[in-house]
Design a binder for this molecule. Structure first.
Ligand code: SF4
Length: 251
């Protein structure tokens, strides 16, 4: 942390999504006034609009800062929120959960977990999972993104492992297919941009000219739903030219 007069600059990372961009919180008179990128951090080259809006979130009038209990029935215009202590909140939740488990079994409870990719839950969802396991429920309800399922699961189904971070440092060609990391994973987009600046070629398959498509050496503007034809065409070219690892594919 550095301090100049009444302004503090505190290094950290933005926890608002999975990108975890390195940043500097600028605090003046004990009030956060800005969030700035921290280029000295591995993921701190840039911040998106949501990250830069952090002061608005931190100081928003309706930000929830402590537990509240509803005192009026659901559906009433005024829920009658009243402030309670953390101990009381945790005791209430624990006793309600235990009562349900005693009557219906722990598997009758589903633990809902919102997407860690687009929210601040990235650092916390493993704790929810730990609670779920300790409680004895097999039911986790996850939210995910349309661009995420194939990344997490299709690679695992196809190759047996999830996709690792691509070798952006050494690659000569990057293909982004239906993936706009400028909007969904800023640190990833920064690595692509750095590879492009180093001389790597960038090919983007996207109906829209968004984000890195603007910097692409080739922007392949497929019609929505026609990716399959492009994939088959590429496979045809690879097979015809022999530019693929036949042993790997065979085995
Ligand atoms: S991409 Fe935006 S919201 Fe996500 S960590 Fe970076 S600055 Fe925060």
């Amino acid at each position: 942390m550095t301090e100049t007069g009444n302004v503090q600059r505190i290094p950290g990372y933005c926890a608002l999504c999975t990108s975890k961009c390195g940043c500097i919180s600028v605090v003046k008179d004990e009030r956060m006034i800005a969030l700035e990128p921290d280029p000295s951090h591995p993921t701190g080259q840039a911040l998106c609009g949501k990250g830069r809006a952090a002061p608005e979130l931190v100081h928003h009038d309706e930000r929830l800062l402590y537990p509240l209990r509803r005192t009026r029935p659901k559906g009433e215009a005024d829920p009658g929120w009243e402030r309670i202590s953390w101990d009381e909140a945790l005791d209430t939740v624990a006793s309600e959960l235990n009562a349900i488990a005693a009557q219906h079994g722990p598997e009758s409870v589903a633990f809902g977990i919102t997407t860690p990719s687009g929210t601040g839950l990235q650092d916390a969802y493993t704790w929810v999972e730990r609670l779920r396991h300790a409680f004895g429920s097999p039911n986790a309800v996850f939210g995910t993104e349309i661009c995420n399922f194939h990344r997490d699961d299709v690679y695992a189904f196809t190759f047996g492992v999830g996709t690792p971070m691509p070798d952006f440092t050494n690659t000569d060609c990057i293909l982004l297919w239906g993936h706009n990391p400028s909007a969904t994973w800023l640190a990833y987009a920064s690595r692509v941009a750095a590879a492009k600046a180093r001389g790597a070629k960038l090919v983007v398959v996207d109906p829209r000219r968004e984000g890195l498509a603007n910097k692409a050496d080739q922007w392949l503007r497929v019609r929505p739903g026609s990716d399959g034809a492009l994939a088959l065409g590429l496979a045809h070219v690879l097979i015809k030219s022999g530019n693929f690892d036949a042993d790997f594919v065979r085995n």
